[in-house]
Design a protein around this ligand. Sequence first.
Ligand code: FAD
Length: 495
Amino acid sequence: MTTIEQSTAIEHVDVLVVGAGISGIGAAYHLQERFPDRSFRVLDALPAKGGTWWTHRYPGARSDSDLFTFGYRFKPWRGPSIATAAEILAYLDEVVEENKLGSTISYEHKVTAAQWSSSEARWTVDVTDVATGAESRLTTDFLWMCPGYYKHDQGYTPQWPGIEDYQGVVVHPQTWPEDLDHTGKRVVVIGSGATAATLIPAIAKTAKHVTMLQRSPTFFYARPKTHELATTLRGLDTPEEWTHEILRRAYITEMNELTRMSFEEPEELRTFLIESMRPLLPEGMDIDKHFNPTYRPWQQRIAVLPDGDMFDALKDGSASVVTDTIETFTRDGIKLSSGETLEADIVVTATGFDLSVFGDIAFAVDGKPVDFADTVTWRGMMFTGVPNLVYVFGYFRHSWTLRADMISDVVCRLFGEMSTHGARTVVPALRPEDGDMTLGPWVDPANFNPGYLARSMQLMPKQGDREPWLGLQEHAVEKDDLPGADLDDGSLVYR
Ligand SMILES: Cc1cc2nc3c(=O)[nH]c(=O)nc-3n(C[C@H](O)[C@H](O)[C@H](O)COP(=O)(O)OP(=O)(O)OC[C@H]3O[C@@H](n4cnc5c(N)ncnc54)[C@H](O)[C@@H]3O)c2cc1C
């Protein structure tokens, strides 16, 4: 680990990467590979690498996607398709070690402000040392923003009546206490998203009983933890690079088909998902009430159950599901609108995240604060009026990292294009022909509308109605569009 020197001479780096999660480490890898002569630094507010996988420490924390596509395209994944947080952290450790990236990362360094000066063509960045509170400053030509999309320090917990009277323990999965012992306890998990689906089978083994309390159902999809194709290929002693690539293609193809069906044949996909759940659920389960959402499949994340683990817990009775709304917390648990009460020693609020817009950094361009809600995105990665800044936002349906890797390619091409133009600055700007463009939200809620986006979409940049002003696209579209994206069509201004 390195620290930024506090001295009168301000340190300057060619590129500053904010965030040392899977996106930031990927950015550092691509930068080092393709621009070995450029100086760069990675800063992260947390004490270690991994971002999401460092923050989430609740029992059973694991990926929802397969690691062949959630892992980088340049580093084969050797484990089972679905991986624990610890396995993902170990993979990132290897990437950092093998590529000698360790000395480029400074942990416990939180970026608080970034000011662009057009006359100097550089960002001045304010940084706080989280451990000591010391403040420092550095300058950079280019900001590669990899801060993820949610606040890491705390999750989202709704305000429920009576919660102050409750005598048990309330815990959010994002801030899981290391010493919380759920053995022999009655646990109620509020929520039924991917986090609840991960936690419930993990704690049901030793808790007295776990109840999943949901206001409305989620789609679940039981998938083998290890893909049979991976088992076959590894059995043939196939090079891991091949297995990685073949499995990537297999998972991308499957996700493409699910995505296509979610738009073109949503009711067929609903039936497929429900029918795939039916044999795995306890006999007599009211599937329509508990497992048939009102929204179209994929309008919110479909939660993957490795080897159907949560269904096993429901089947053996160690867990159960209740679909109801909370009237009030009581001294001993939760009173529901139906009149039923759930007694609980521990209540887990698996109720989601709070969106963080660009790492909650105060940005300014030439002294004027940037409100990202007033900007229009260039291909979901740059923003009108904000020079020399790229933001990595991955896919919802396909693995996040597929997009992070492709954005790295675009950034590297962009650096080349800047050199060709002899430019120190690149900034997206609407062209005269874009004047009549209709602007819409960062993510179309008809397409994808999880709670954290619905609560805070007004803070995010806008997207337009045509290329290159569209935001997050499907991987099936972007895999062809992004590699050849025209960097000289007038929508990027080089100076
Ligand atoms: C529990 C959980 C499971 C998930 N599972 C999957 C999955 O299986 N597949 C999938 O595709 N997606 C999944 N996601 C979404 C997931 O967050 C992303 O896929 C991916 O991990 C994001 O990586 P990232 O590096 O972009 O951001 P993060 O992992 O969020 O890391 C961002 C880093 O930036 C740092 N940072 C932020 N702001 C600042 C600042 N101002 N100064 C300094 N540092 C800063 C943070 O400390 C953090 O370390 C999951 C999310 C959660 C919460």
